[in-house]
Design a protein around this ligand. Sequence first.
Ligand code: SF4
Length: 327
Amino acid sequence: MKQKIIPFFLGESGCPGHCIYCNQALITGQDLSPSDVSSSLSGYLDRIRTPDRPFEFAFFGGSFSALPESLARELLSMVRDRFRNTNFRGIRFSTRPDCLSDAFLELSVEFKVITIELGVQSFDDRVLYSLQRNYTSSDAVSCLERITSRRIETGVQLLIGSPGETLSTHRINLRTLSGIRPGCLRIYPLLVLAGTPLEKSFLCGDFQPLTLDQAIRLAVLYMNRLEQSGIRIIKIGLQTTPTLKASVVSGPWHESFGDLCRSCRFSRQAIRLLRKKVGGTLIVNNADVPLLLGHEKHGYRLIVQKLGYPVKYKINNNQAAGKPGLE
Ligand code: SF4
């Protein structure tokens, strides 16, 4: 059963600096100073209906482990106390590789934090430097190892389309991720947002973001390689908020970016099958019909365009979900 996660967004609370591409207030639709966090969380917890099925509570955005320890302890206690005697599985939070001390890891163990997601963004040092992240790939890997050594699950957040990115960046990312095998992965295409230093680079021609097509192809490459290595990809693309949508200056923005990527992968699998048996009929599980058709039938049109003839398909729930078959 898919895990329910109740998110609380911290804005840029705790962040030691301002990354060149980031405007968390726009991404999350929320902008909290550390002093606001506790009262905001308290109001938020009061409004939440406890889910019937197992759930987690997440502190996302910002850098949770860089908050003052007393504030983090207060927030963790509030969540733990609010969900006592419920289906609550535990807490997850996101942070940066250079902001997770051993003391904070001990605090995480004390409060039964189950997952720590690291906004690594890239394992290529040149890209990390361009993004002004102020840590290296080996800092990120050793941080992930320190989390795992406490028996806390790791998550990695990865950006694609960053300044300075080359083919070698993707080789490094894929090799490193396949080696460390985090518990889960989120992939985001880099967008140029209003009011960020990246916007200035874009406007003066120093940075060109990926096109939507390029970003989809790249995300599908990561999905194929990393899922083969047993890595669970839990999110592709940024969460849509009205403020984010209005603030995208340029880049591969699409509200259904993840669906476009999954549908593109499914279409390519279908094309490979149909090239082996021209005129064959695709067999798809009922759950995969949206993947086959794709957003506004884009997936199906891609298959027809590549093969040059209208393709037939049948629904058969004996076909494994996630892959088309052929007869
Ligand atoms: S650490 Fe994350 S939330 Fe903070 S400024 Fe950088 S990208 Fe934004």
